[in-house]
Design a binder for this molecule. Structure first.
Ligand SMILES: *[C@@H]1O[C@H](CO)[C@@H](O)[C@H](O)[C@H]1NC(C)=O
Ligand SMILES: *[C@@H]1O[C@H](CO)[C@@H](O)[C@H](O)[C@H]1NC(C)=O
Ligand SMILES: *[C@@H]1O[C@H](CO)[C@@H](O)[C@H](O)[C@H]1NC(C)=O
Ligand SMILES: *[C@@H]1O[C@H](CO)[C@@H](O)[C@H](O)[C@H]1NC(C)=O
Ligand SMILES: *[C@@H]1O[C@H](CO)[C@@H](O)[C@H](O)[C@H]1NC(C)=O
Ligand SMILES: *[C@@H]1O[C@H](CO)[C@@H](O)[C@H](O)[C@H]1NC(C)=O
Ligand SMILES: *[C@@H]1O[C@H](CO)[C@@H](O)[C@H](O)[C@H]1NC(C)=O
Ligand SMILES: *[C@@H]1O[C@H](CO)[C@@H](O)[C@H](O)[C@H]1NC(C)=O
Ligand SMILES: *[C@@H]1O[C@H](CO)[C@@H](O)[C@H](O)[C@H]1NC(C)=O
Ligand SMILES: *[C@@H]1O[C@H](CO)[C@@H](O)[C@H](O)[C@H]1NC(C)=O
Length: 409
């Protein structure tokens, strides 16, 4: 007998003193006691994917996704058995879809509570999805072709494109998933053990997606949040070396680990789109930890990694109440390059109340590129509710985020 639990561990309401006390381990279940088919305890209609269980509905995850079609926007759930799946996943369905990886243990548990340790969460998820692919030497028409998982209404909407505003699609292009969720799944693009051209693990464009206790592993461009993409991460690991959080949309990571596998470019590389309407497009890393991937890397990258650099001058990123290990360079952020700085007074590369050996407030201030915020200047970027807006209106829209992971408004 086996119990499938969807673990959500260690969450406590976001407080200004992050991680000072061990948070209680808390679990909740979407699929409890799923011991036989149909999956008792799972939401009605849950599909089961397994490589080994004879009673499974599907052997591959994409075949389960494809079977859902588009004609209904009813919420759908896919439970995925432990295993190593070599697949490239595309989610174009407009309705809500949840991928549940089986898990017997909370992934990170209370380890977030221990700020004196720079040990990465050791456990990998029991569900691993692999697609090793990089866009080096222009081997693909666009970086999007490399992704392990893409959530977007169609191929064109998923493309990164070039130039100040990237690939354009017509305004009447439909939106993709209104509420995609993944729990307890690792998405791995391990094309080469170093940055070797863009290699996405996950891309989210013109769609809304959230990830809980997941792992994203690549070296360059690991996580892409494209135009009108909204992505939320909680209790997850995102690993990379170069520009590994990048895009145009809005990304909030909380209670997560950014795992530095080397230094290149910056951790964040955002491109603001030219719009006169108010927006909060950008990348926000809150109540998280930024750490060298292991002791060997730690020695190599000490004092070298940049928090970010501007993909264009409208870059916006904020690190909030997060722990920086000694990998972070004393300037914090950097220019795009010496010959092409891409920094002007629209560039918003900021830190707010971060701490740890990599926090160097005087170094940050002296850099002229890193903004050290105060309560007032940080307020517009202080919670998921202040950055995830309904279109261009400055109105919060966060019902797509698992309420267990949202701080009280
Ligand atoms: C999982 O699959 C990937 C890609 O096919 C492969 O590189 C990796 O070695 C596999 N891992 C295990 C544990 O089988
Ligand atoms: C890309 O091209 C360069 C220059 O021709 C070559 O040295 C390198 O091996 C190529 N990389 C890959 C992964 O093919
Ligand atoms: C997913 O989309 C990519 C293009 O981004 C395409 O090359 C690939 O064949 C698609 N895979 C599936 C399973 O639909
Ligand atoms: C779902 O509909 C969208 C919007 O019309 C379309 O782009 C997408 O290809 C469709 N996906 C599937 C799985 O039919
Ligand atoms: C995708 O974009 C290209 C280039 O703009 C265009 O030619 C093509 O028709 C578009 N495809 C779809 C399905 O809209
Ligand atoms: C440390 O991490 C780097 C980057 O991921 C990897 O190449 C290397 O093999 C790791 N070393 C050890 C000892 O785990
Ligand atoms: C921004 O868009 C407006 C309206 O399309 C245009 O007039 C303006 O020149 C653009 N500015 C830049 C810097 O691209
Ligand atoms: C900043 O630079 C961008 C790109 O060159 C330009 O579009 C924008 O107008 C500039 N903003 C200011 C305030 O100078
Ligand atoms: C930004 O730069 C422009 C052009 O130099 C200047 O007119 C404007 O006052 C500056 N804005 C701020 C907020 O500093
Ligand atoms: C920052 O600006 C000040 C004042 O303009 C200048 O003296 C200093 O050299 C600049 N620092 C860097 C690192 O560019």
């Amino acid at each position: 007998m086996r119990t499938y639990i969807i673990a959500a561990a260690g969450f406590a309401a976001v407080a200004s003193a992050a991680y000072t006390a061990a948070a209680p381990v808390k679990t909740y279940s979407l699929c409890q006691s799923a011991t036989k088919l149909p999956l008792e305890g799972c939401p009605e209609g849950t599909l089961f994917v397994s490589q080994t269980n004879a009673a499974a509905h599907f052997r591959s995850i994409q075949s389960a996704i494809d079977s859902l079609g588009n004609s209904s926007i009813a919420p759908a759930h896919i439970l995925i058995d432990a295993g190593n799946y070599t697949e490239q996943l595309n989610v174009t369905r407009a309705g809500p879809l949840t991928l549940l990886g089986v898990s017997e243990l909370p992934r990170l548990g209370a380890s977030y509570a221990n700020r004196t340790s720079s040990t990465l969460p050791a456990a990998a998820n029991a569900v691993q999805i692999w697609w090793n692919s990089a866009n080096n030497n222009a081997s693909f028409p666009d970086n999007a072709y490399t992704s392990v998982l893409t959530v977007a209404p169609n191929l064109n909407a998923s493309l990164t494109g070039a130039g100040p505003t990237g690939f354009s699609v017509p305004d009447d292009t439909p939106v993709g998933s209104s509420d995609f969720r993944a729990y307890n799944i690792d998405f791995r693009n391990e094309w080469a053990p170093r940055a070797s051209g863009p290699a996405h693990a996950v891309g989210v464009s013109r769609a809304t997606a959230s990830f809980y206790s997941c792992g994203l592993y690549s070296y360059q461009d690991t996580l892409y949040v494209g135009k009108l993409g909204r992505a939320f991460f909680w209790d997850s690991v995102v690993a990379g070396q170069t520009d590994f959080l990048y895009g145009f949309g809005t990304l909030w990571l909380s209670r997560s680990t950014l795992s530095l596998r080397g230094c290149g470019g910056g951790i964040t590389a955002w491109k603001g789109t030219n719009t006169t309407a108010p927006n909060r497009f950008g990348v926000y890393v809150a109540d998280s930890q930024v750490l060298a991937a292991n002791e060997t890397v730690k020695t190599e990258i000490k004092g070298r990694c940049a928090l970010g650099r501007p993909w264009n001058a409208q870059h916006r990123s904020v690190f909030i109440r997060s722990y920086f290990d000694e990998s972070i360079r004393s300037s914090g952020y950097v220019q795009w390059s010496t010959s092409e700085p891409r920094v002007n007074n629209s560039t918003f590369m900021a830190v707010w109340e971060d701490y740890g050996p990599g926090w160097d407030e005087s170094g940050f201030r002296a850099s002229n590129v890193t903004l050290v915020l105060d309560q007032e200047s940080a307020a517009p970027y202080s919670s998921p509710q202040t950055v995830f807006l309904d279109g261009n209106a400055l109105v919060a829209k966060t019902e797509w985020i698992d309420k267990e992971a949202l701080p009280a408004a």
